[in-house]
Design a protein around this ligand. Structure first.
Ligand code: ARG
Length: 459
């Protein structure tokens, strides 16, 4: 038969396929807590303004509590015929309290209802992710402290560039994650306005109190424009953009773990808990978790572009297209949460092969810049000339098939006779010398770790 919720003008119910394409209960049941919280706030306001009788309001509030309990206990039967979470909850409420349930939807539409629910859900999701990202920062900072002085190659173009310390390298990700948290915080502040009371699109003739419902739900204020309130999904897009960027950061770190765990590098070892074996090659320890963190980034970014495509052609106000906002957001949040947890585990468990890092740190003529800097400091050479002279020294080492530190003073003097034994080349000294603000010197890194604890882990 026709829908009990909107079937008044219909004589037949929807085709099976219509019901199937229309229903969102399969995924929006996840909004039940927010939906009931929104309904409770709306109901109280309707009572307080005298729009509905107090006794009916009390019955609605009690009934909603029971619905919530049934859902949390897993006793609630979700029905596809009732389309979505909003109508599933209301239909059950009617079963429990009778016709008074019909008063709850006064001065409200599913359009402002769903917009409210999704903002509340997104706010909670952001709070959860913030805590998880802080946990990742804690794991990174802890490893950075342990390896503040572990010299390793710093790369550009994945070619040996200059020695850095592992602590410094890990703190770079702490900063990225800090900005990711900041972006989510910004999005949270912007989305924290209440659509409730916008009704279908135009507002309502009932004397509602939007400030009261906004406050009850922890929103900063009611949204200013009713059309915007029911049509806007830029908050979801903005959060997906922030999640995408965060996922890209995780993916880059994951890629580094894949490289660092490979045999030619052998910089670090993932714990057994975060490695997998091969069914044919017994020697293998594969970094599957890191690879999957890298791969799943594609989903998150895909959901961002997916939702942008859903929204791009929609005239104001609500269109059913917007029902498609939820799965991308839910899935992106779930995927990122999983990736953060896996990365936090991998970093926390990481074994660092400091000897391998140190051996690699001096390879690839990585101390060449130190020669050039010495020529500038000791001989007063302009840097461009020093660069040229050093290039000739590198060429000599390369021709001999040795490292820069293997060249004798006599060798160096064939290129530049004013070089003295003061010029000492080693990777650790090179890193220790780079003590400028934000630099890689171990003392700097130790101080940066302490600062990072205060900036990111204090609250
Ligand atoms: N399930 C719907 C959604 O997610 C709820 C809003 C329905 N509104 C409507 N006018 N049909 O968007």
């Amino acid at each position: 038969g026709a829908s009990a919720m909107w079937g008044g003008r219909f004589s037949a119910g929807p085709a099976e396929i219509m019901a199937r394409i229309n229903a969102s209960i399969g995924f929006d049941k996840r909004l039940y807590r927010q939906d009931i919280a929104g309904s409770r706030a709306h109901c109280r306001m309707l009572m307080d303004t005298g729009i509905i009788p107090r006794a009916d309001g009390e019955a609605i509030l009690t009934g909603l509590d029971q619905v919530l309990q049934e859902i949390e206990d897993g006793r609630f039967v979700f029905k596809t015929a009732l389309e979505d979470i909003h109508m599933n909850v209301e239909a059950r409420l009617r079963e429990i309290i009778g016709p008074a349930a019909g008063r709850l939807h006064t001065a409200r539409s599913r359009n402002d209802q769903v917009a409210t629910d999704l903002r509340l859900w997104t706010r909670d999701a952001i709070d959860g992710l913030d805590g998880a990202l802080q946990g990742l920062q804690r794991a990174l900072i802890t490893q950075a402290e342990a390896h503040a002085d572990a010299v390793m190659p710093g790369f550009t173009h994945l070619q040996a560039a200059q020695p850095v310390t592992l602590g410094h390298h890990l703190l770079a990700y702490v900063e990225m994650v800090g900005r990711d948290r900041g972006r989510l915080r910004d999005a949270r502040a912007r989305l924290n306005e209440s659509p409730l009371g916008a009704a279908a699109l135009a507002g309502t003739g009932f004397p509602i109190d939007r400030h009261a419902t906004a406050a009850a739900l922890g929103f900063d204020r009611p949204m200013a424009n009713s059309l915007d309130a029911v049509s806007d999904r830029d908050f979801a897009v903005e959060v997906l953009a922030a999640l995408s960027l965060c996922a890209v950061h995780l993916s880059r770190l994951a890629e580094e773990l894949v490289i660092w765990t490979s045999a030619p590098f052998g910089f670090v070892r993932l714990s057994d808990r975060f490695s997998t074996g091969s069914s044919i090659m017994p020697q293998k320890r594969n970094p599957d978790a890191a690879e999957l963190v890298r791969a799943k980034t594609g989903r998150v970014v895909g959901h961002l572009t997916g939702l942008l495509m859903v929204m791009k052609g929609l005239p104001l106000a609500y269109s059913k297209d917007m029902q498609e906002d939820k799965e991308p957001l839910f899935e992106a949040v779930d995927t990122l949460a999983l990736g953060i947890a896996a990365m936090t585990g991998m970093i926390g468990d990481l074994t660092v092969h400091r000897d391998r890092l140190a051996a690699a740190a001096g390879a690839g003529f990585s101390t060449a810049t130190d020669i050039a800097d010495w020529l500038v400091r000791a001989l007063g050479m302009p840097f461009r000339d020093a660069h040229h002279v050093t290039g000739a020294i590198v060429k000599l080492a390369e021709a001999r098939g040795v490292g820069l530190e293997d060249l004798s003073l006599e060798d160096l003097r064939t290129v530049e006779p004013r070089i003295t034994e003061d010029l000492r080349l080693d990777a650790a000294g090179s890193a220790a010398g780079r003590a400028s603000v934000g630099g890689t010197a171990p003392d700097r890194v130790r101080a940066a770790c302490a600062e990072a604890r205060t900036r990111f882990l204090a609250e």
